[in-house]
Ligand binder design. Structure first.
Ligand code: SF4
Length: 214
């Protein structure tokens, strides 16, 4: 219960500062899934270039990418880096999407996604949350770093942090989406690798309090 209150306060403060609307721009759930794969180890600008190439080829659909030859696929997604590995994941995800049905159980979809080499929990859960609108929280490196700095000392691992959010706000898809988005925004704006605590508005953050700032 205490965690719920702290997380609520954090969300309110972050939400005042950052607008998560349109945070994951995409025309279809499948495009979100492909973006989630391409964004691994690169920035979003590079993902946009790769997505744009796929759109120009008119292959940004499960069927289109399943049929596309590997060479053309690799060439198209090259801007996103790690293109040989990512091309295999893109192919695998396209095959899975072709056989998925909309109402399929969230944990079944997650199991299928995690069975693909190159898809870990963060990517699988991003796809589930943003593409399938399922109530699952995405935990990334930004989230872990931010929470630890804020004062959550007992974080164990991915599953533990995810459960903390999901227990605090059960089934709240839109909050999970927005919360993840504003944490990422804050981690890029102020709570960077070297945090700018002097200019941070989160006055209850433990790290800032320890340092006597803000
Ligand atoms: S006060 Fe510093 S450590 Fe805390 S959230 Fe803000 S930038 Fe991050």
């Amino acid at each position: 219960m205490e965690n719920q209150k702290i997380l609520e306060d954090i969300f309110i403060e972050l939400r005042k500062r950052y607008n998560p609307h349109g945070w994951w721009p995409a025309e279809t759930p499948f495009e979100i899934a492909i973006g989630a794969v391409l964004t691994q180890n690169t920035n979003w600008n590079n993902v946009e270039k790769a997505i744009s190439n796929l759109k120009k080829l008119r292959v940004l659909s499960p069927e289109g990418l399943c049929k596309l030859d590997n060479r053309t696929l690799i060439e198209a997604i090259k801007p996103a880096g790690f293109y040989t590995r990512k091309s295999k994941v893109v192919k695998a995800i396209s095959r899975i999407f072709k056989s998925l049905w909309v109402e399929e159980d969230m944990f079944e979809i997650r199991k299928k996604l995690l069975s693909i080499k190159g898809i870990g929990k963060e990517t699988a859960d991003s796809i589930l949350l943003y593409a399938f609108e399922r109530p699952i929280f995405v935990v990334d490196a930004y989230t872990l770093r931010f929470l630890k700095r804020y004062g959550f000392d007992n974080l164990v691992d991915y599953d533990h942090v995810q459960a903390m959010f999901q227990n605090a706000f059960p089934g709240n898809v839109s909050l999970f989406r927005d919360f993840h988005a504003v944490i990422v925004e804050h981690s890029k704006a102020l709570c960077r690798k070297k945090p700018d605590c002097n200019n941070c508005f989160l006055i209850k953050c433990k790290r800032a309090a320890d340092a006597g700032t803000p």
